[in-house]
Design a protein around this ligand. Structure first.
Ligand code: AMP
Ligand code: GLY
Length: 454
């Protein structure tokens, strides 16, 4: 590796995923200082985090800031800047970047591009069609339900829609409504100008994460399951994710190997034949169906809240992995820098504002976090609290809720009953009126309606 001396790192993004990344980055002896863009209050309390932050997240703004602060490595959390090609601008200015180029990021930026790539790479995915117009989409809907009246149809906006652009339509009426919402009412703006209509798959969902160095090097990280529905027992609206567990249930070493060979390696090869410069994490969203594993989607970044369950299991230093990815050469990674994983499982539960993912209030006071941090640091459960959307009231010093998914609490244990018990005790110490979490993720009794601390 070129950078053995500690160096400055810029992390783009400031949600729960980035808080989990930041905590791992600052724990590295290779990190001299960490800059975060945009800078939220919770990050300021972390050792090594600097008070300067780029004023604009534009390519020019980031390049200028990186030069000014002597940043050696820029790490991207969210997909939007990658899809917009910001990584390309930084690389053109000879700054090392963790995150794919604009072409590689199309895997997440366009569902039709992703499906075409999967097909070209021979990757197993749901049968699909692209509709470029309302008429075309309505025609597909009609034909589908005429041929298979009982088979739901999955309707996806082609572009980025903050995780809300997917509808599983059970009936022709639902499918037509979804198509009209996207293409006639333009509920998702330009993202809905093109639709992907696909076969509905059934089974258990799981996600897999691997680092790609862009030159054929693949470093598998691990599997995670997340719970997307807002309500107890997987009911209600889809969210960004209400909890996560790593490794994903039933995902053993043989299945991990199969995932790498069937979903990671062929896509890596395809991307390289297309001339993409994919140096970052590839997140494969999969369904374990009766016919085997099928690809649901690729994301070009770490998951949120998957990262909150994956990273506590990484016992070794994250920064050499990010750096080798950005340098485009895993062969420079010395044996002692290879990832070492905790054999325990890590469970994460998101504490959200009541109303999320619809309307919710901001500003509620959250107590108990300092006590929790002090109490749990010594505890075997390795409890971690991630700030996803908080701010600090400067007059009182209190933490205030400042978003929908506000905190994520994680714990490690040898088995599921133990990790649930540890996590439940921890979450109960979070004092915040107006919050809720998926109580079923930490309890065997799922009769509760998911409200807590209210
Ligand atoms: P995506 O953004 O494509 O991952 O879709 C979001 C969620 O919609 C996934 O996590 C699944 O729960 C669901 N989903 C997407 N595609 C399908 C499909 N073909 N069959 C069943 N469920 C799907
Ligand atoms: N939790 C799902 C995602 O990050 O896309």
């Amino acid at each position: 590796m070129k950078h053995q001396e500690p160096f400055n790192i810029l992390l783009v993004g400031a949600g729960g995923r980035e808080f989990a990344l930041a905590r791992k980055i600052i724990a590295s002896p290779l990190c001299a200082a960490l800059f975060v863009a945009p800078l939220r209050d919770a990050f300021c309390g972390l050792e090594k985090v600097q008070s300067a932050s780029p004023s604009a997240l534009t390519p020019d703004g980031l390049v200028a800031f990186a030069k000014e602060q002597k940043i050696a490595l820029v790490v991207f959390g969210p997909e939007e800047p990658l899809v917009a090609g910001v990584a390309d601008a930084l690389r053109a200015a000879e700054i090392l970047v963790f995150g794919p180029d604009k072409q590689g990021a199309q895997l997440e930026g366009s569902k039709s591009a992703m499906k075409q790539a999967a097909q070209a790479a021979g990757i197993a995915t749901a049968a699909w069609q692209v509709a470029e117009s309302l008429l075309e989409a309505l025609h597909f809907v009609q034909t589908h339900f005429a041929e298979s009246p009982n088979a739901p149809l999955v309707i996806k906006t082609d572009g980025l829609a903050a995780g809300k652009g997917v509808v599983v339509a059970e009936s022709e009426a639902q499918a037509e409504a979804a198509v009209r919402a996207a293409m006639e009412s333009k509920s998702f703006g330009a993202a809905g100008a093109r639709l992907v209509l696909e076969e509905c798959l059934y089974g258990e969902e799981l996600s897999f994460f691997a680092l790609l160095d862009g030159t054929g090097g693949i470093l598998p990280l691990g599997s995670v399951r997340d719970w997307k529905r807002v309500g107890v027992g997987d009911t209600g609206l889809n969210t960004g994710g209400m909890g996560s567990l790593s490794p994903a249930p039933h995902c053993d070493a043989a299945e991990e190997q199969a995932i790498v060979e069937q979903f990671i390696r062929p896509m890596d090869s395809y991307l390289r034949t297309q001339g993409a410069n994919y140096r970052g994490v590839l997140f494969a969203g999969l369904m374990r169906t009766a016919k085997g594993l099928r690809l649901l989607e690729y994301n070009v970044r770490f998951g949120d809240p998957e990262t909150q369950s994956l990273l506590p299991r990484l016992r070794s230093d994250l920064v050499p992995l990010l750096l080798a990815t950005a340098q485009g050469d895993f062969s420079t990674l010395p044996a002692e820098a290879q990832p070492v994983w905790d054999s325990r499982l890590c469970l994460t539960v998101v504490v959200a504002a009541q109303g999320y993912p619809r309307e919710y209030a901001k500003g509620g006071t959250i107590s108990g976090l300092d006590t929790l941090a002090a109490q749990t640091s010594a505890e075997a459960g390795g409890i971690t609290v991630v700030h996803a959307a908080t701010r600090c009231d400067s007059s009182t010093g209190n933490w205030l809720a400042d978003g929908g998914r506000v905190l994520a609490v994680s714990a490690l244990a040898d088995n599921l009953p133990n990790v649930k018990a540890i996590l439940q005790r921890a979450i109960q110490q979070v004092g915040w009126h107006g919050s809720f979490y998926r109580t079923d993720l930490v309890a065997t009794d799922t009769a509760d309606n998911g409200q807590a601390n209210s």
